[in-house]
Design a protein around this ligand. Structure first.
Ligand SMILES: Nc1ncnc2c1ncn2[C@@H]1O[C@H](COP(=O)(O)OP(=O)(O)OP(=O)(O)O)[C@@H](O)[C@H]1O
Length: 675
């Protein structure tokens, strides 16, 4: 029986001698303690700068965050109303770095209002109302969030804006490293078992699945699927998981992480005696959480492949963008043992679907796919709610291609203390695939559309079976680029959060099977989606962060195949390259764009609908406003946005509703047109 720690531990100051010095200018301890919030509800005393002692639980701080979000009035909210705000994948990630964002929020917003005992329910209910209120305001005040956007999307919008605002605060964190070492050692994180896996260039190993004690029916399904030997991550994790351990695993994109966590999960279900058919609420035994709908669908498909010869084991998917009622009905008429879900929708079901809370009490295995993303600020509340709904006695698997240091500590909210961290990736150059050629190009914004067209034409000419993904910064910019490339007679499809789920699923399936196609997409396709044989990933504009760059690039070069990645930036975005300096990305000269091409692109731009250009302009402004390096100088930001507007062929930048400008903190900034 693995060691379990009590759920509530009182943390006394004398156990860390210099705890009193962890005051508002040294937020590391509170940051660290928050990571442990699920397993340890920690109380400690701190000395406020004004001298008064405040007894606070860090969980109350979380509630404070919720309360503050709820209390936001339109005029006080500086938020990216216009970008891919409701993009379920992208915007949540804006709050990723807890060090800069959450803590500076805490320092600035802390008050002793909250009392921690029922923090989750209270915080969540308030959050939800707050999001709904905001959403209504937005509908009224400028129609910036469309009907498709889920409450989840709205939440991400609020959090994204909130945190990017906080981002601008400078944090006095000079003694950070020292404190980090002390606290990490005090909590035993330095004893965390880490296994570095030696990986060769090949993603497959020589180890066969039948060398492990797996059920014959699973082996038969693996064989049918053509999975003869294990991939590196499968070989490294399976024996440890089969021993009953919790695992945090980091392995490169496209190397079979889905099978690595699904196979042992299925084995747990196979070994669990079936419940009586009269049981109206049979337990869910394995719960898999994925950050996007596409990914959840994909994981469920893979699960069904592995369950081919286990007809009594069922899989169900609950994702946003579909009617809750339909999913409820499906769950009641055909109860499953394996549930794959996106976090927000699962939280909705926990709160609204009769019997689900009871069924979740049966969970034996919990999986967080793209764990670093799920544990970042944007998803935090939903994940906390889910963690509180499943038993503490369970096995947990966290998988991702990227696990930044600060997120690794956050993983402790979900994992047992004796978990193993299995790292199949060598830091730096090892994080991306050697067989994928990476290049960056720097060109002024006015050249981007012509360059994009030139690069695509050249790639198509060189690759009969071309299959390209173009990543854009926001949903509305994605739409604009897809419209433009369509006008230029390229074979294009688009996926982003403003498209209905049925459309997204259809296009995703089409792209999976096709060749000779270009998919223009926002970050909803950045992580996990397994499109085979993508020949080129083209990223236009600033990726959200280094991790997002790696995940987007990871859509090509999967399963050991060749691939190519191009990052197209404007000169003022070049600073981003410093975060990639350990990756094998080289500077490429710009391909010549002949005047005919430029003319052709300009003509095509004239055919793109004005309202799409307006929406793209607003979205662009919102996205870059949230980027610390660019958004901090508002006048410069507007100059750049107007440069983008001119690149779309507009003489004057589109006018933006005053309410939205206010919400973005851009009121009265010269160069903007308000309406
Ligand atoms: N043992 C195996 N042998 C051959 N192919 C495999 C094996 N395991 C998985 N695959 C295939 O490898 C491909 C990539 O797998 P998967 O999508 O799980 O990668 P991933 O590591 O999760 O990538 P990402 O980090 O992008 O999410 C899939 O098409 C899957 O079917």
């Amino acid at each position: 029986m693995p060691l379990r720690f009590p759920r509530r531990i009182r943390f006394f100051t004398h156990s860390l001698p210099d705890l009193a010095s962890f005051n508002s200018s040294s937020p590391f301890l509170s940051r660290l303690l928050t990571f442990t919030s699920n397993h340890f509800a920690v109380n400690f005393s701190t000395q406020r700068p004004n001298g008064g002692e405040t007894r606070r639980s860090l969980i109350e701080d979380e509630e404070e965050l919720s309360n503050w979000v709820t209390d936001l009035r339109p005029g006080t909210l500086r938020v990216n109303l216009t970008s891919d705000d409701d993009d379920d994948e992208m915007d949540r990630g804006r709050g990723r770095n807890p060090r800069n964002k959450v803590e500076s929020f805490r320092e600035n917003r802390f008050s002793s209002r909250g009392k921690g005992s029922n923090f989750m329910s209270r915080g969540l209910v308030r959050d939800r109302e707050g999001y709904k209120g905001l959403r209504n305001q937005q509908r009224r005040g400028g129609d910036v969030i469309d009907e498709e956007s889920s409450d989840e999307d709205v939440k991400s919008l609020v959090m994204g804006g909130l945190l990017s605002e906080e981002d601008e605060e400078e944090e006095e964190d000079g003694d950070y490293e020292f404190l980090k070492k002390k606290a990490v050692s005090a909590f035993g994180f330095d004893k965390q078992k880490k296994i570095d896996v030696k990986s060769s260039d090949s993603y497959l190993t020589k180890t066969r699945f039948d060398q492990y004690p797996l059920s014959p029916l699973s082996l038969k399904a693996l064989n049918d699927a053509g999975y003869e030997t294990m991939t590196v991550v499968q070989e490294a994790t399976l024996p440890i998981i089969l021993k009953g351990k919790d695992v945090l695993a980091k392995a490169k994109t496209g190397t079979g992480k889905t099978v690595a966590f699904l196979l042992p999960s299925i084995e747990v279900v196979v070994k669990t005696p079936p419940t009586s058919p009269d049981n109206k609420r049979p337990p869910i035994l394995a719960l898999v959480i994925c950050p996007t709908r596409e990914l959840a669908n994909q994981a469920a498909t893979e699960a069904n492949t592995l369950l081919k010869y286990h007809p009594t084991i069922g899989v169900q998917v609950v994702i946003g963008g579909t009617r809750l009622g339909l999913e409820q009905k499906r769950m009641q008429t055909n109860p499953c043992q394996i549930l794959v879900a996106t976090p927000g929708r699962l939280k909705d079901h926990i709160e609204n679907t009769p019997g689900l809370a009871t069924r979740l009490k049966g969970v034996k295995v919990l999986v967080l796919d793209e764990a670093d993303h799920l544990l970042d600020m944007g998803f935090r509340k939903d994940i906390e709610r889910i963690l509180s709904a499943v038993p503490k006695e369970r096995q947990t698997f966290l998988f991702s291609a990227t696990v930044p240091e600060e997120v690794r500590q956050m993983c402790l909210v979900a994992l047992r203390r004796d978990h193993e961290f299995i790292n199949c990736v060598h830091e730096g150059t090892g994080e991306t695939h050697q067989q994928v050629k990476q290049m960056h190009m720097i060109a002024s914004l006015d050249k981007h559309f012509s360059l994009l067209y030139t690069l695509l034409r050249a790639h198509i000419a060189d690759n009969v079976d071309y299959k390209v993904i173009v990543f854009c910064t926001t949903a509305m910019v994605t739409k604009l680029v897809a419209d433009l490339l369509g006008e230029l007679n390229l074979n294009v499809r688009e996926i982003h959060s403003r498209k209905p789920q049925s459309y997204r699923t259809r296009v995703s399936n089409e792209f999976r099977k096709s060749k000779g196609l270009i998919l223009v997409t926002s970050d909803v396709s950045a992580r996990g989606v397994d499109y085979p044989d993508v020949t080129l990933v083209l990223q236009v504009g600033l990726p959200k962060d280094r991790e997002q760059y790696i995940h987007r690039l990871g859509r090509t070069g999967r399963k050991g195949k060749e691939g190519e990645g191009i990052l197209l930036l404007a000169p003022w975005e070049e600073y981003f390259l410093s975060s990639l300096k350990d990756l094998p990305i080289t500077k490429s000269s710009l391909p010549p764009t002949d005047p005919e091409t430029v003319k052709k692109v300009q003509k095509a731009l004239c055919h793109v609908e004005m309202r799409n250009k307006e929406a793209a302009y607003q979205a662009w402004l919102g996205y870059y406003n949230s980027q610390k390096m660019i958004g901090r100088d508002k006048e410069r930001l507007v100059e750049l946005a107007n440069e983008f507007s001119r690149s779309m062929g507009l003489d004057n930048p589109p006018a933006i509703p005053k309410l939205i400008l206010g919400k973005m903190g851009l009121k009265n900034v010269p160069g903007l047109r308000a309406k």
